[in-house]
Design a binder for this molecule. Structure first.
Ligand code: HEM
Length: 527
């Protein structure tokens, strides 16, 4: 039988089971009209779906919506109270991921972001906390500052700050995690970028496999012929991306190099090198690789969003600099300044809120049938929290919600408004919350900061980077890819899991009193 018929027949069967059977069991939450066979398939292909879902929530007067496509039900949670009810209070059954056999083939199931809520995930998450927890605080902190200072040097001569920002974030993760110095980072960064590009392309095909699972068992001649071309390549690349920096840290340790890094500490204090079993080694490779893979793109997107806000809102940039400089008085910020300048804390919160870089979070999957507010939520539903909508709720964050206004997190006297909703929701919910961010951490208290078990890597790095860039440079004259000035109303973030600011260029001018020599001295020899 030609494959096309197998394909179509399978689609019809899957469509039948997913449209007819669930309806017999009770109503799904409301949602747009479903077409025969393709259901809401066409509704999924839209720009900025988080805005579309927010509009539907109003149209259907419901904080919970559903979409159906062949083989899957998608549940959209538009308000925080619904997310709390399901992802948090019923976390035991709402914490799986849309896991596919295809992900396993690609090798990305080694990144525990993609793993189901089970033993393997639990062990990895525990190990993540252990390797990136308090014990390694000083390791991470010293690397944060160093990579921000190295960024200030790159900005002296670079002609594309987005390239310099990405380099700085990679620098931080590679040096903090593996102790790889800037002069040896290019090879690792190239590998990561190559894997990311291929992965992005293959993810779409991954969805096809999810919905038409019989494709996963097709013979390799078929896969090689089309649908999964590149799977083997990606699997090898992902392995190489995770293994190479680890091997480099291991070789360093064997040679006695004393670079300060998470992996370095592991080799020095936790284990005799010869005692590591193969499984243990794979586990630490995967956990550190997950931190690198999950941390880099998200933090790059966050710092690019910061630069965009600074050029679109020059008054806020001026105010931030004036307040910063009244504390620093012409010096560059140091770690001891973290959490002592409320305006910069508010700036970080507003960058996280304004255009959230994970506007729909990472999907959770429902493990068993559930009933919520009279609706039937079928086992296997893909559940999406509309984080963008929650962070654009005027009841939580005040008026002019689309504008960049750090003051919404401040009292009139410039102190932090502790009653204002925080932006923790940007980092996910329940048992799958981002471990790169700790809810137990208050940005505002040094004592909590010092005693917190898992450090808030993303926010802290952002704080130091924003303060470093603002204290050393004025950002001005922003231009889009065609060399035209940027206008707030024309800005469009990308429609991706990690939603990024558009590419633009701007000028960086040294602040009065800050010299090139000062910036070079602040780093010392770059290696
Ligand atoms: C601006 C920065 C970041 C944002 C906005 C962000 C956001 C998120 C979100 C929304 C999730 C999914 C949570 C859920 O399923 O409910 C997540 C998961 C995750 N993030 Fe982050 N993240 C950031 C930075 C980082 C960093 C710096 C690291 C590593 C050091 C990291 C490591 C992870 C990991 C490992 C997961 C998977 C957790 C799991 O599935 O159990 N993230 N992040």
């Amino acid at each position: 039988m030609p494959w096309i018929w197998v394909f179509l027949l399978s689609a019809v069967l899957v469509a039948f089971t997913s449209f007819v059977l669930p309806r017999r069991r009770g109503p799904l939450p409301p949602g747009p009209l479903r077409w025969p066979l393709i259901g809401n398939g066409l509704d999924l292909w839209c720009k900025h779906p988080w805005k579309v879902y927010a509009r539907w929530a109003q149209e259907y007067r419901s904080d919970i919506l559903s979409l159906q496509i062949p083989g899957a039900t998608i549940i959209i949670l538009n308000k925080e109270h619904v997310v709390q009810d399901l992802f948090v209070k019923r976390g035991l059954i709402y914490s799986d991921r849309p896991y596919t056999a295809f992900f396993e083939k690609l090798g990305i199931s080694r990144i525990f972001v993609f793993q189901d809520y089970g033993e393997r995930w639990k062990n990895n998450r525990k190990a993540f906390k252990r390797y990136l927890g308090t014990e390694t605080e000083s390791v991470i902190r010293s690397n944060e500052l160093l990579s921000c200072r190295r960024l200030l040097i790159s900005l002296l001569t670079g002609n594309d700050h987005q390239v310099d920002f990405r380099k700085a974030v990679n620098d931080f993760f590679l040096s903090a995690t593996y102790g790889i110095p800037p002069s040896q980072q290019d090879e690792h960064v190239a590998l990561t970028q190559e894997s990311a590009v291929l992965l992005k392309r293959l993810m779409i095909q991954g969805l096809v496999f999810e919905f038409l699972p019989f494709l996963a068992s097709l013979p390799t001649w078929f896969t090689a012929a089309g649908v999964t071309r590149g799977v083997g390549v990606v699997g090898e690349l992902v392995d190489k991306m995770m293994r190479t920096p680890f091997e480099s840290a291991k070789a360093d340790s064997i040679q006695g190099a004393r670079r300060v890094s998470v992996a370095g500490r592991f080799f020095r204090f936790d284990k005799e090198l010869s005692n590591i079993s193969n499984d243990e080694e794979i586990s630490i490779i995967d956990v550190l690789g997950t931190s690198y893979a999950a941390g880099t793109d998200t933090v790059v997107a966050l710092v690019n969003s910061f630069a965009l806000a600074m050029v679109l809102y020059p008054d806020i940039q001026r105010k931030a600099y004036t307040i910063l400089n009244s504390t620093l008085r012409g010096r560059l910020p140091a770690l001891k300044d973290y959490g002592t300048i409320p305006y910069i804390d508010a700036l970080v919160q507003e960058v996280v809120r304004w255009n959230p870089i994970a506007p729909l979070g990472v999907p959770h999957v429902l493990r068993q049938d559930d009933v919520y507010k009279g609706y039937i939520l079928p086992k296997g539903s893909i559940c999406i929290a509309n984080t963008w909508n929650i962070l654009h709720d005027e009841e939580r964050y005040g008026p002019n919600i689309d504008e960049f206004i750090p003051e919404r997190f401040l009292n009139a006297d410039g102190t932090l408004n502790e009653t204002r909703a925080k932006t923790d929701v940007a980092f996910g919910f329940g048992r799958r919350t981002c471990p790169g961010e700790s809810k137990s951490l208050s940005l505002y208290s040094m004592s909590v900061w010092l005693s917190t078990a898992l450090r808030d890597i993303a926010r802290e790095f952002a704080w130091i980077l924003f303060a470093s860039v603002l204290s050393a440079y004025e950002l001005f004259d922003a231009r889009d890819e065609n060399g035209m000035p940027l206008y707030r109303s024309k800005i469009e973030y990308t429609t991706e899991i990690v939603s990024s600011a558009p590419h633009f260029k701007c000028q960086f001018r040294l602040r009065p009193g800050i010299t090139r020599a000062m910036i070079h001295e602040a780093v010392g020899p770059v290696d």
